[in-house]
Ligand binder design. Structure first.
Ligand code: ASP
Length: 581
């Protein structure tokens, strides 16, 4: 090896030792007869010292070095006069006796510092330089540690990692597929997997009763802020289990992760039904770090003179404790928030529960003090509290009030970094009606089993069928989801029918699975976690991009290698793809 030590490990115990370090030059300082170089590698920074009095030649060579040059330096570890308490190597320096330049560097396009002067685009274009920076490096190391802990845990309880193919068959269900043209089968295409769902189910049929894979998945969706066209899942499946077994097994994994990478003892994960999540939080991924649960207020607000409430399907509110003293300006800014186009509400009704027991509200005209008291009581608002109320059609109003709840959580500092609240959301509906296409879609995916007691409703009242499907939510972010699967051909055919597939279409697209069900398919269930997202949530970060070594930008481009890009006409011809012009 070219080095004896790394730049992060030398300390007072090494004084007088002869060492060789390699690394990148972070900083050079010339102070009269001395030149100081901060040498950096993955492990840390060590100060190199070149003394003019010891060797003029060496000292001059040091002065010609530049930022980010790669060097190899040999010298003696010495105690430092002015110690740097901020870094582990701050007690020592290396008095350099031999210096070799391993490679020069251009001046980097942005500073390789914790706070860089480079904008997003520039750092993406030179991602290999960005990756040298501590904050990015620490994320990558964190991701590695997490993956090792996941593998350890699952391996210890008998899970085996099995790879599944990347070149598979395109199906129209779910998100849009990325497709790959086949040269050897011209006019035909592979698709990249959106998840290994059917393969992991087939592995259950093959008897590998505990499977996992940390695996890349591909979805050609319009990119939203926190989406990447390729992302990583911790994909898992088990045989001979019920929902309860999956929840317990993976609650164990989640607790293990928190313990080993965060040193946090996570309490038991609370379970809440989909219906209750919508009713109390207006969301199937509630941030339960704080309360402010919703109360339905129809019965205490309707049939008075206030037409807006009378005409609403749902009147619903939550209490912001201790906010009765809000000023007009603060109340206006709440109204402004809900009127933003992203929220799209027409307004919010407020009710201030004054300390003297009286009430003030934006609808005073329509409600007597007794009415307002009844509303406040119903919502459990006490003197000193502020009640915020919205109304309209149920789902939309729930969503809008959910946004307001999160906003108030932010304003009141209730969404604390470093605090974690995990939830299992259970009892999802199996299907979801889509008004635009006038058909049902699978809420989870078409392989999710209806609850046995609801099976008969599949044809009679599909919208009412519930599934043993579950999501894991941490701090308001969906981290994972899964379900008990169908393992019976006839039931799977009924499910495809409910989704509007003809028998032929089902056979053509999923014949392999339907056939496999006939050869002894065991009962099975599984789950997949978004690995990038898990990294981000555990680090209190908003963006999964920060945890991916080479991510794509918001338009799905890799700015560094400049992909996607055009390909040569010859390549197109080989693939049998018609050339335009
Ligand atoms: N394959 C599913 C998904 O990607 C997860 C699962 O059901 O295991 O959402």
């Amino acid at each position: 090896m070219l080095r004896t030590h790394t730049c992060g490990e030398l300390n007072a115990a090494h004084i007088q030792k002869e060492v060789t370090l390699c690394g990148w030059i972070q900083k050079i300082r010339n102070l009269g007869g001395m030149t100081f170089v901060d040498l950096r590698d993955r492990y840390g920074i060590t100060q190199l010292t070149f003394d003019h009095a010891t060797s003029i030649e060496l000292s001059e060579k040091a002065q010609r070095l530049g930022r980010e040059w790669v060097i190899k330096a040999t010298g003696c570890v010495a105690e430092r006069h002015s110690k740097n308490r901020n870094i582990p190597t701050g007690d020592i320096e290396i008095i350099v006796e031999h210096l070799e330049v391993l490679n020069e560097s251009l001046i980097p396009p942005f500073t390789i510092e914790d706070e860089s002067d480079g904008g997003d685009e520039l750092r993406m274009k030179y991602r290999y330089l960005d990756l040298r920076r501590n904050p990015v490096k620490n994320n990558i190391l964190f991701r590695h540690k997490l993956s090792i802990e996941i593998r350890n845990y699952l391996n210890n309880i008998g899970f085996i990692e099995i790879e599944t193919p990347f070149l598979i068959k395109s199906t129209p269900e779910g998100a849009r597929d990325f497709v790959v043209p086949s040269r050897m089968n011209q006019g035909e295409f592979y698709a990249l997997p959106q998840s290994p769902q059917t393969f992991k189910q087939l592995l259950m049929m093959s008897g590998y009763d505990r499977y996992f894979q940390i695996v890349r998945c591909f979805r050609d969706e319009d990119l939203r802020a926190d989406r990447q066209p390729e992302f990583t899942q911790i994909d898992c499946e088990m045989s001979f289990v019920e929902q309860e077994d999956i929840l317990n097994t993976f609650e164990g994994l989640v607790k293990h992760i928190f313990k080993t990478v965060k040193n946090i003892e996570l309490t038991d994960i609370e379970r809440i039904s989909y219906a209750d999540a919508m009713k109390y939080y207006g969301s199937d991924k509630p941030d339960a770090r704080f309360g402010m649960r919703f109360t339905e207020l129809n019965d205490v607000t309707q049939h008075r003179d206030f037409k807006v409430f009378n005409d609403s399907e749902l009147v619903v509110g939550f209490v912001a404790e201790g906010c009765a003293g809000y000023t007009r300006k603060q109340l206006d800014s709440i109204s402004d928030f809900v009127r933003r186009p992203q929220i799209g509400a027409t307004g919010v009704v407020y009710l201030l529960c004054m300390e003297n027991g009286s009430f003030k509200s934006s609808v005073d005209k329509f409600y007597a003090q007794d009415d307002l008291k009844a509303i406040a009581d119903k919502a459990h608002a006490k003197a000193g509290d502020l009640l915020l109320i919205m109304s309209g059609v149920t789902e939309k109003t729930q969503k809008q009030l959910c946004e307001l709840r999160l906003e108030m959580g932010n304003r009141l500092g209730l969404r604390m970094a470093g605090e974690y609240k995990a939830l299992w959301i259970t009892n999802f509906p199996l299907l979801e009606w889509d008004e635009d296409t006038m058909r049902f879609y699978a809420k989870h995916h078409p392989f999710t089993a209806p609850k046995p007691e609801d099976e008969a409703l599949l044809e009679l009242n599909p919208g009412e069928v519930k599934a043993n499907a579950y999501d894991l939510v941490i701090n308001g972010t969906e981290i994972g989801g899964g379900s008990v699967r169908i393992h019976n051909k006839v039931l799977q055919q009924r499910m495809f029918k409910a989704l509007g597939f003809t028998e032929e279409a089902a056979q053509q697209q999923f014949g392999f699975l339907l056939n496999a069900f006939q050869y002894g398919a065991p009962p099975h269930a599984g789950i997949a976690f978004g690995f990038d997202r898990l990294c981000a949530v555990l680090s209190d970060c908003d963006s999964i991009r920060d945890f991916i070594a080479f991510p794509k930008n918001n338009s799905g481009r890799d700015m560094m290698i400049d992909a996607p890009s055009a390909i040569a006409n010859e390549q197109l011809k080989e693939l049998g793809i018609q050339i335009k012009n």
